[in-house]
Design a protein around this ligand. Structure first.
Ligand SMILES: Cc1ncc(C[n+]2csc(CCO)c2C)c(N)n1
Length: 227
């Protein structure tokens, strides 16, 4: 098979993504010792992150040049709003966080920066820019889920087993593959200048992914609290 754009991307992001596996939040999830308070913080921030992130798939549908691409983006939108956010709603119920509290979480600085960056790039750009903004998110969680699922006992952990099962599942592997395929199709025949631009978007969102783990680990909101 010809070399694909995502093969080039993998070479660029792999060293950065390996840092996720060493991050204390991700290590704690995989080894089962992550403090619940930190997981709760991630859960609430991630819920509001996913609300804005879903808009990217809607933008992808709107900017698509053909029905097949429209359909791919609409499937990803549905998968996020129902499958992925159901995981969060299930955890919230377990933790006694009401649906209203979950939905009304104030986005932290990192969450705001990350979603604003993606929405800005996607709104200003074309369909391939939208595909580039969503790629690292869907692919890197699947990468992490699959790695953590190899840790003995991780899939059966009372609290975090469900998280690892979800992100390593066939459904989520398929969602990540759809995002990769979309990116490859849209990158076909593009000149190097445009490919380099898409690569930078994917690298930056990968860096934001690391910052999101840091935000959860340190339970960050904004640097100065209202008095
Ligand atoms: C910060 C952050 N980054 C990535 C994901 C994972 N994710 C986002 S969309 C998608 C594809 C299908 O829903 C996946 C796997 C997350 N939850 N939170």
């Amino acid at each position: 098979m010809n070399s694909q754009f995502t093969d080039r991307i993998w070479k660029r992001v792999e060293p950065l993504w390996n840092n996720y596996l060493e991050h204390p939040f991700v290590k704690g999830l995989g080894e089962g010792w992550l403090e619940e308070e930190k997981f709760r913080h991630w859960l609430k921030q991630d819920y509001v992150y996913l609300i804005d992130y879903s808009r990217l798939f809607a933008l992808g549908s709107a900017k698509a040049h053909n029905l097949a691409t429209m359909n791919e983006f609409s499937k990803l939108l549905h998968g996020t709003l129902f499958m992925e956010m159901d995981l969060h709603r299930g955890y919230a119920e377990k933790f006694g966080i009401s649906r209203e509290d979950l939905e009304n979480t104030g986005a932290a600085a990192t969450t705001t920066a990350y979603t604003s960056y993606m929405l800005n790039v996607a709104q200003r750009g074309s369909i391939e820019h939208v595909a580039a903004t969503v790629l690292a998110c869907a692919w890197s969680y699947n990468f992490i889920g699959l790695k953590l699922s190899q840790i003995e006992g991780a899939l059966d952990h009372e609290l975090y087993g469900n998280w690892i099962q979800t992100y390593s599942s066939e459904e989520f592997t398929d969602l990540a593959e759809s995002c990769k395929q979309l990116m490859n199709t849209l990158a076909e025949d593009k000149p190097e200048r445009e490919l380099a631009e898409l690569e930078e978007i994917i690298y930056k969102t990968s860096m934001f992914e690391y910052m999101f783990w840091d935000m959860a680990e340190n339970m960050e909101t904004w640097p100065v609290k209202e008095s």
